[in-house]
Design a protein around this ligand. Structure first.
Ligand code: FAD
Length: 465
């Protein structure tokens, strides 16, 4: 068929997926694997935010930053490293780019294997069943919006001079002085990473706390630890304008001070990629912030159009986008003999923040636990200690752990950690929490000695309650 003929007679599909990131790729390849006719449009690189400018490159850079600490610590263990090690930023960027390129290829194979047609173009909806992409029209029984999100910069005068998180991975030159505006997890991670890599980092947060969505004790503990590593954290401080000066960028702050930097990162939130997608014309309802409004099955206001991941309004994490995609696929293209997957339990999604030290968390914060279960119905167990590793390393870094237990059911409803490998540790405990583990189960569990994680099963006396 020539292109003209195709335009007049759109190709028929079972599923058209807009967006080749975490959620989109998972949905497309699983649906095609079950025999559905599927096409996927991606206007950038396959793998989306997570692979290209999110989780993966960020974690690689976090490992790179961690070496700075490891070199320092090694002396306490008898190692003599000779000359002070120095970072070759160009080499790190090239190594990262090569690995990401490899992953892009894997994503392509994952789609091609089961026969997904990949369209390397921006897609838009022409009407509720028709999608235009790559100069062609497609008529799909079902459409999945998996277009993710993008960084948002507040309209501070001079904001066009500021970078967003997407820009941080290929920065040139390496910024000696970096100001990070914002204190969500992306801001804190970037601050830690660039501090570790050798920049002098100042973090500006207009509110009184960092990491607003996290447990109160975790927030203050990690702020203190990041401060010890050298990040200059300025809370209740707002940037009012910025402009280019002779010595770099000049930032004006609300209290009349000013600050100079080589680069400014605005990590001030993200918005859904739903502009000019034709969604309104198709009748799809959007929230005030532009996210697709979906029900518990990820169905939009138009029953055959679905949205998962950052384009809808739930938790913005890769494993959540994957889980949501699987709910949609199971519903539309069920596997014989298997019951369809349930929507994820959003209350018990474990997550990590790759600051130095890391945060790992699962379940309620203390405030949420008290609000959900009743103020007097929560026991709080906390511990704080110097990890064994730092007895010889010379670092003053400390580890923090906290458990929240529902008094009436004895169920562990919140588990939080700030310390090395917190994400690795909390993942295992999240399984137990999902299975409804009680404090009695924790108490009966034998610890692994000597580890930091064993402290989670040896906290006997509540600090509160
Ligand atoms: P995305 O992965 O963003 O994919 C959407 C894709 O759609 C993009 O590739 C985009 O180009 C494409 N697209 C958009 N519009 C169109 C269109 N009209 N036509 C065609 N293609 C289109 N999550 C974690 O779980 N752990 C982490 O450690 C973590 N770290 C992060 C660090 C950073 C700096 C950032 C920014 C995010 C991080 N995240 C992390 C979040 C995670 O990356 C996202 O939640 C996840 O990628 C969402 O997947 P998605 O499929 O919804 O969207």
């Amino acid at each position: 068929m020539d292109k003209k003929a195709t335009k007049q007679q759109p190709e028929e599909l079972d599923l058209f997926v807009i967006g080749g990131g975490s959620g989109g790729v998972r949905a497309a390849r699983m649906a095609a694997g079950r025999g559905a006719r599927v096409a996927l449009a991606e206007m950038g690189e396959l793998g989306g935010t997570c692979v290209n400018v999110g989780c993966i490159p960020k974690k690689l850079y976090s490992y790179a930053a961690g070496y700075a600490e490891a070199f320092e610590e090694a002396a306490g263990y008898g190692w003599d490293l000779g000359q002070a090690p120095r970072l070759d930023w160009g080499r790190l960027k090239a190594a990262r780019a090569q690995e990401i390129h490899r992953l892009n290829g894997i994503y392509q194979s994952l789609l091609e294997g089961p026969g997904v047609e990949i369209i390397r173009d921006r897609a838009t909806m022409v009407d509720a069943h028709t999608v235009a992409a790559g100069g062609r029209h497609w008529r799909a029984k079902h459409v999945l919006i998996a277009t993710g999100g993008r960084p948002f910069k507040p309209p501070v005068p001079g904001h066009e001079l500021a970078l967003v998180s997407d820009d941080m991975f290929d920065l040139d030159p390496f910024p000696k002085r970096l100001v990070v505006v914002g204190a969500g997890y992306i801001a804190c991670e970037m601050a830690s990473i660039f501090n570790g890599l050798g920049a002098q980092v100042t973090l500006l947060q207009r509110g009184a706390h960092m990491l607003g969505a996290f447990d109160e004790d975790v927030r203050s503990f990690v702020a203190a630890e990041m401060g010890k590593t050298g990040v200059d954290i300025r809370l209740s401080t707002q940037i009012t304008s910025m402009r280019r000066g002779n010595g770099g960028l000049n930032l004006m702050l609300d209290r009349g001070q000013d600050l100079q930097a080589d680069a400014v990162l605005m990590a001030t939130g993200r918005v859904a990629n739903t502009d000019d997608l034709g969604l309104e014309a198709a009748g799809v309802k959007l929230s005030d912030r532009g996210a697709v409004v979906v029900d518990a099955q990820f169905r939009s206001s138009v029953p055959h159009i679905f949205a998962v991941g950052d384009a809808s309004s739930r938790l913005h994490l890769t494993p959540v986008a994957l889980a949501e995609a699987m709910v949609v696929v199971d519903m539309l293209f069920p596997e014989a003999g298997r019951s369809p997957r349930q929507a994820p339990d959003y209350d018990f999604v474990p997550t990590a923040v790759f600051t130095h030290p890391n945060i790992g968390t699962c379940g309620y914060t203390e405030a949420q636990a008290r609000a959900q279960l009743g103020n007097d119905n929560v026991s709080v167990y906390c511990t704080e200690f110097k990890p064994l590793r730092h007895t010889l390393s010379g670092r003053s870094e400390r580890t923090f752990m906290k458990l929240l237990v529902a008094k009436d059911s004895d169920r562990v409803v919140g588990l939080h950690m700030v310390g090395a490998d917190a994400g690795e540790i909390v993942q295992g405990f999240a399984v137990a929490m999902q299975a409804g583990a009680t404090k009695a189960h924790f108490d009966r569990t034998i610890g692994i000695h000597p580890t930091a994680a064993e402290e989670f099963v040896t906290m006997r006396v509540p600090n509160v309650g």
